[in-house]
Design a protein around this ligand. Structure first.
Ligand code: FAD
Length: 261
């Protein structure tokens, strides 16, 4: 079973994001710590568990600038067998479709029975790339999986996902593209031995030319026109007096100030 797992680097969720002053069309990236998107960590864990059960190899794939290699080294340190980095200046500023077209071209070059993604890249939260990759590759897509079971013959997979008030189960023939929801699966952490070994493992590099793609064709069609901070929350108010007085005051405020009743 060959499993390709796509890892996106995103700003650490603890980071205080600053919008660029100039046009408000992006964020300040200097001095930001980048991590593997949390949903992708669950996809990586799933890939490693599938390999442990079924054999084969896990290939970690990331598209991004030089720093994306850190995500790939982390994947190698916890047990991925190979790492592939797509890095090309022509990709700067591309949109989700450009990312999907590039990842799909890289995946075509890799042996794949299952292609795993996180359900969304934390931060932008668009959740578009996995389905777009599936469509470009002409593969079945199952999104937001909470459980993935591959059949004994390796020809199909059962994918469970949570839905409002229940659970839905899909059967998909392999190869397939599956995106991963978070789960109760404990994530493994790299041991020192794994970290040291990962430093010397090669990372295969692809440019757009290697993938037969042209930067001009990957220019964004969806243009970010503005980013804004969320509206500042006003301070809360504590109502004084006994319960009856506070309740009367609350009703008055909801009626006269908030105008919701
Ligand atoms: C400088 C800059 C400029 C940009 N300009 C634009 C713009 O003009 N218009 C626009 O629409 N967007 C723009 N973007 C957004 C950018 O293209 C997004 O990274 C892209 O939309 C995919 O990220 P996402 O979080 O939306 O992916 P999602 O669809 O939420 O990602 C889902 C999953 O896909 C996989 N994945 C996503 N990206 C990668 C990756 N790079 N490598 C490996 N796996 C990946 C991961 O498994 C992830 O969990 C810009 C980004 C940058 C950095």
């Amino acid at each position: 079973m060959n499993i390709v797992v796509c890892l996106k680097q995103v700003p650490d969720t603890e980071t205080r994001i600053r919008i660029k002053d100039d046009a408000g069309k992006g964020i300040v990236r200097e001095n930001v710590k980048f991590i593997i998107s949390p949903f992708d960590e669950f996809a990586l864990e799933e890939a490693l568990r599938l390999k442990e059960k079924l054999g084969g190899q896990v290939i970690a794939l990331s598209l991004g600038p030089d720093r994306a290699k850190d995500a790939l080294r982390t994947a190698l340190a916890v047990g991925a067998d190979k790492a592939v980095h797509v890095n090309d200046g022509g990709l700067a500023g591309t949109d989700s479709l450009g990312v999907a077209r590039t990842l799909a071209a890289a995946i075509r070059k890799l042996d794949h029975d299952v292609v795993l993604f996180g359900k969304k890249g934390v931060g932008l939260d668009r959740g578009q790339v996995p389905a777009q990759v599936a469509q470009i590759l002409g593969l079945p897509f199952a999104g937001q999986a909470t459980e993935i079971t591959v059949s004994d013959d390796g020809k199909s997979a059962t994918v469970d996902r949570e839905i409002e008030g229940g659970r839905e189960r899909f059967e998909v023939p392999l190869p397939a593209v599956i995106s991963r929801e978070k789960s109760a699966n404990e994530l493994r952490h790299a041991a020192l031995k794994g970290i040291m070994a990962a430093k010397s493992k090669p990372i295969q590099a692809f440019t757009l030319a290697d993938l037969g793609l042209d930067a001009a064709a990957l220019q964004p069609k969806v243009l970010v026109s503005k980013m804004e901070y969320p509206t500042e929350r006003t301070a809360g108010r504590v109502l004084q007096g006994d319960a009856a007085t506070a309740a009367r005051e609350l009703v008055r405020l909801l009626h006269e100030e908030a105008k919701v009743i």
